[in-house]
Design a protein around this ligand. Structure first.
Ligand SMILES: *Cc1c(COP(=O)(O)O)cnc(C)c1O
Length: 377
């Protein structure tokens, strides 16, 4: 029996979404227009009325957020060494210095005690990255930021729909960046959004995502500060809006599949599993485990290849951010952030997406158990 290949992530796109996108194409109004406005209104509604503006990616949202926070040359921004490259790059591109700290081994959330210890007179902002299944203590994070006058830029690329004490991430706090890449909780093909504090910041985002342009009363245009070209097309916004309408259903299905992983995971030698499925409203964009490499004869690459041979896709999220060539050039080295480094070496992302079945989850669990048993020392 040949079974279908299970990728580690895949978007859920229904026929109505395809028809919706086709309708936008047929309308010939395909760049930013009414569907962008509708998507932004729906996102603002989801986030308790806070202003939300969409753009071409979470990476663009992070770059714009750093501009709103006036982060520039000579500033320091504290960030976990366990994060995606995007925020680190954005900090460097802003002319500032990323100051890395470690994370919790299980939740992968930024270590707030280390944030406090890394503060300097030049610290402008802190960038927590939200991982599936848990959030950093948001009350403690914002109390720390208030105490020290810091801006907070939440990298919530993976976390649309995650809740803290019942409130969606992005409906409170400071600047919050989301991604609508196909692997995330909803997709607009590529796309992202930034939740901001007020209409003044929202207008600045509108300028920064489109050449810095502001419209004058006489119908001409002015540029006050240099912007980029990050506006989201209506084609993408139409898809994003239809996806958002199904977000809560998507998140419920992800939770069901994660519960099934926890119930059926039997692999030996034991992997370090993600934080247990709690009734805390956290979204599950990925299901990542740490391989027990010290008890295996096989490498992570061999594990991934063996799973691939069984028709199962495996991802890696994320390599330790301070150990890239760029990070090393900034003076970072091995041994500084043991948790981030161990995650970087051992983590694998198992298939998890809305159209998956619980039988698929059992197939992944059985294949992983077989590969790990064969690879044990
Ligand atoms: C995917 C991701 C990003 C980048 O999102 P894009 O929309 O592709 O720019 C940033 N941060 C984290 C944590 C991510 O997982």
């Amino acid at each position: 029996m040949s079974e279908a290949y299970l990728p580690f992530a895949r978007p859920a796109i229904d026929e109505a979404m395809i028809v919706g996108v086709a309708d936008v194409l047929r309308s010939k109004w395909i760049a930013s227009g009414p569907h962008v406005l509708a998507f932004e209104r729906a996102l603002a509604d989801y986030h308790g009325g806070r202003p939300v503006r969409v753009m071409t990616s979470a990476t663009a949202a992070l770059e714009i957020a750093l501009r709103l926070a006036d982060v520039g040359s000579g500033d320091e921004v504290i960030i976990s060494a366990q994060t995606f490259f995007a925020a680190v790059n954005a900090i460097v591109r802003a002319g500032a210095k990323p100051v890395f700290v470690d994370c919790d081994l299980v939740t992968r959330s930024i270590d707030l005690a280390q944030v406090e210890a890394a503060l300097s007179p030049r610290t402008k902002a802190v960038v927590p990255t939200h991982f599936p299944g848990a959030l950093v203590d948001m009350d403690a994070l914002y109390a720390l930021a208030r105490r020290h006058g810091l801006r907070v830029i939440e990298d919530a690329a993976l976390a649309l729909g995650s809740r803290w004490k019942g409130r969606p991430v992005g409906s409170f706090g400071d600047l919050v960046a989301f991604s609508f890449h196909p692997n995330k909780n909803i997709t607009s093909i590529e796309g992202g959004a930034l939740a901001v504090n007020d209409e003044r910041e929202a207008r600045r985002v509108e300028a920064l995502r489109f050449h810095g342009i502001v419209r004058l009363p006489d119908g001409t245009r002015d540029v006050e500060e240099a912007g980029g070209k990050f506006n989201l097309p209506d084609v993408n916004a139409k898809l994003g809006l239809a996806q958002l309408a199904r977000l809560d259903e998507f998140l419920a299905q992800r939770r069901r599949l994660v519960a099934h992983y926890f119930a059926h995971w039997r692999a030996e030698p034991a992997c370090l599993l993600p934080p247990p499925l709690a009734d805390n409203g956290c979204s599950w964009n990925m299901f990542c485990v740490l391989l027990p490499l010290s008890r295996l004869r096989i490498t992570r690459k061999q594990f991934i290849d063996a799973m691939h041979a069984r028709g199962i896709g495996i991802g890696i999220s994320y390599e330790a951010a301070h150990l890239t060539t760029l990070g090393r050039r900034l003076g970072y080295r091995e041994g500084q952030f043991p948790h981030a480094e161990r995650i970087g070496r051992e983590t694998v992302t198992l298939p998890l997406y809305v159209d998956m079945s619980t039988a698929d989850v059992e197939r992944v669990c059985a294949a992983a158990a077989e590969v790990l048993a064969q690879g044990a020392r």
